[in-house]
Design a protein around this ligand. Structure first.
Ligand SMILES: Cc1cc2nc3c(=O)[nH]c(=O)nc-3n(C[C@H](O)[C@H](O)[C@H](O)COP(=O)(O)O)c2cc1C
Length: 368
């Protein structure tokens, strides 16, 4: 049904416009109590075996919404209603900014992929913090806050920009993510180098502790799939050394190698980050490498090309405690999360593991 609807309506529409329209409808439905209760009962099944714990937080399931869908925290309950048991808002930057001009989101439908060069369009840390402060949650969902650098801020002032966001947003974050991996802000990914990442993460940790006294807000870093293997190991070692709570692997890729010949070459040539199915293999590989390095010392979140329950299950076996998705929601529609929940529970029941926690990293441990 959704596939039909997608072909008929969304596919003909500009992708960013389709996103705005769909998101507006989701929020409208979530604003009507009887409707949202009904929709959540259908789309967000609670399955006992999927209950998960990650960095001290309790979640209904390991499945959540990746950053970038709800940049300004305007629709957390709407996305929870669709079955996302954690919603990562952002990326939020220190200052508000419009993002890149012109057309900046492209659908590569034959590859079930997207290319985006949104460039962190968002209302800025002050406005988003105010929104989160005044929010009365309807559904119990974990809210992660993903922060990044304001484009206009010079690179040597990047730390101060992240600190500003962390100070404003940490009090409302169930967990905080330092995003150093989006390909659409010049110089951002250079912050992944250990000698630049260490002072950045240290400063954000201190800012979070200052602004949310009495509560240790879990701090994570989100990395790119395009890092060389030695750099992945360096981030992993640094994360352990700093006592970081987690690593999110991965953001979008600048590579195009995994695309088929079926997608329009003009779209393939667009600059930006590629997400969706073609990212699957590399994101899984990065996750495995991280788990082999850090084991259970740090919580890993797997994201990139997850399309169904089997993909989510493979991430768990590769070391992910939580999994996230974004692009597949565009192609699969509102029943996607329900299918992932049901499929994951079925997969767990037929596996040799009695709990999800037992399954985390099992494949990597076997081959070690
Ligand atoms: C349109 C779009 C915007 C995104 N914006 C952000 C962002 O602001 N911050 C971020 O950390 N990741 C962002 N991402 C990356 C996703 O969070 C995710 O890491 C990536 O898309 C891979 O997952 P997927 O293959 O399930 O989409 C964005 C992705 C898309 C498609």
């Amino acid at each position: 049904m959704y596939t039909y609807f997608f072909r008929l309506i969304f596919r003909r529409m500009d992708p960013e416009r389709a996103h705005r329209l769909a998101f507006r409808w989701i929020r409208r439905v979530a604003g009507v109590p009887v409707l949202r209760t009904f929709v959540a009962a259908v789309l967000a099944p609670r399955i006992e075996e999927l209950r998960t714990e990650a960095f001290g937080l309790r979640l209904h399931s390991p499945f959540g919404l990746a950053a970038g869908f709800d940049k300004n925290a305007v629709g957390v309950d709407g996305m929870a209603m669709l079955g996302f048991d954690h919603v990562e808002i952002g990326t939020v930057t220190g200052e508000p900014q419009p993002g890149n001009p012109g057309k900046r989101l492209f659908r590569l439908t034959p590859d079930r992929a997207l290319i985006n060069r949104m460039g962190f369009n968002n209302e800025g840390s002050l406005a988003v913090a105010a929104r989160l402060a005044s929010r009365t949650p309807v559904f119990r969902t974990v809210v992660g806050v993903n922060i990044g650098k304001t484009k206009a801020v010079p690179e040597d002032e990047a730390v101060a920009d992240y600190v500003k966001s962390a100070e404003r947003l940490a009090p409302y974050a169930d967990y905080l993510v330092v995003n150093v991996s989006s390909p659409n802000t010049p110089g951002l990914r250079d912050l992944q180098a250990a000698d630049r990442l260490r002072p950045l993460l240290g400063a954000v940790r201190e800012a979070a502790d200052r602004s949310a006294p009495g509560r240790r807000v879990p701090l994570l870093v989100k990395i790119a799939p395009d890092l060389a293997d030695e750099d992945i190991d360096a981030v992993a070692d640094l994360a352990v050394d700093l006592g970081l709570d987690g690593i999110i692997a991965t953001n979008t890729t600048i590579a195009r190698a995994e695309l088929s010949l079926a997608s329009d070459p003009a779209l393939v040539a667009e600059t930006g980050g590629l997400s969706g199915a073609p990212l699957k293999a590399r994101s899984l590989e990065v996750l495995r490498r991280l788990y082999a390095r850090v084991g259970d010392r740090i919580t890993l979140i797997g994201v990139g090309g997850i399309e169904d329950a089997e993909d989510a299950w493979q991430r768990i076996l590769a070391g992910a405690t939580l999994v996230q998705g974004y692009s597949a929601l565009i192609y699969e529609g509102p029943f996607w999360s329900r299918a992932v929940h049901k499929g994951l529970a079925a997969r767990l029941r037929t596996s040799p593991y009695s709990t999800l926690a037992d399954a985390v990293g099992a494949d990597v441990r076997k081959t070690a």
